[in-house]
Design a protein around this ligand. Sequence first.
Ligand SMILES: [Zn+2]
Length: 349
Amino acid sequence: MKAAVFREYSDDPTKVVKVEDVEAPAPGPGEVAIRIESASYNYNDIWAIRGEPTKVPMPHISGSDAAGVVTEVGTDVKKVKVGDRVVSHANLSCRTCEMCTSGREFDCPERKIWGFESGPLWGGFSQSTHLPEVNVVRLQDNVSFDDAAAISMAGMTAWHALVGRAKIHPGLTVLVMGGRSGVGSIGIQIAKLYGCDVITTVGSDDQAERCRALGADFVVNHRSQDWYAKVREHTRKKGVDVIFEHIGMTHFPQEVALLKMGGTLVTSGATTGYDSKIDLRFLFFKGTNLLGATQGTSEELQSLMRWVSRGRIKAVIDSVIPFSSMVDGHVKMLKGGQFGKIITNPQKL
Ligand SMILES: [Zn+2]
C-alpha cells in the first residue's frame, strides 16, 4: 500500500515526507483494518515532522483523522463488521484505569494520540490502517468520508471544549477565536446549536462572510481592527461568558481580560507559542475559570456525528490535496489562511 512516510525531522516537510510503498497492516486482537478513503491534516502533523515539542516514533506516518471502510476484523472484535463505514477516534487509551472507567479517557495516563504519538508507521495518511475496535465510530449512511475525516478530531475537540468542559448553555456569549480554523469553524456551529450568541475573530473580510454563514453573530477582523476593543464595544464593556481559544501566547492575556466575572476560558492549543503571561488579579478577583481541553470521548464524537448526519453541523473543507503530492497540504497549512480543513484521499493518487 502507499503511505506518506518520513524518517527524519525537518522544519520543511517537503524535504522529508515521501509517498512510498509500505506493508499493509493486519489487525491485531480487538482491532479492525480500514481502507482509508479520506484523511485530514492537523497541526500535530507539523509538530511531528519538526520533532518538536515531542519526538515521535520513526519511521512515521502522520494523520489523526481517517474515514473509510472496515476490510478485516481481528479476533475478539465484537461489534464492528467488515464493510462498516467508520471514522477514527484518535484518543488511544487503556480503557481500564480510573480515568478511563470514569469517562475521562482523554485524561488516561497512557493516552496517545493516534497518528501523532503512535507508530512506527501507524497513522491516517496511508491507504490502509488498523485501529482498536473502540477507536472507531460507525458513520451514518448520509455522512460522506470527506466530511467525516474533516470533522472528526477538530469537531470532537471543539465539542469537548465547549460542551464537555465549558458546559455552554442558551443565552451565553461565546467568543470563538480564529473562526476560519478547523476547531473554530465547528466551534461557531456548536455554540449556535446550543443557543449562544457567537463572536469570532478572522483575518479577512472574505473569512468574516463565511463565518457569518456558519452562524457567527458578530465577526471581528483582527488584521484591520483592534479585536479586543471591538469585542469590548460589542458587549458594551461587559465582556464575554466563554472564550474558546487555541491561538496561544499572542492573544492569551487579552482574552483573559475580556472575560466577564465568573467567565470561562477553555484552550485546546497554542499555535503561536505557549510561554504566556497572566495577570493573576483577573483569576482570583473575577473568579475566572481557566480550562484546558484536548481530544474528547468516543461518546462526544458520536454526539457530534449525529448532528452532522442531521445537517445541523457541517464539515468545513478548504481543499482536497492529491495523495501523491500530499505534502502540499502541510505546506498550505504552514502558510495559513485556509478556511476549515485540508483533506486528502489516499485511494486517489
Ligand atoms: Zn486509561
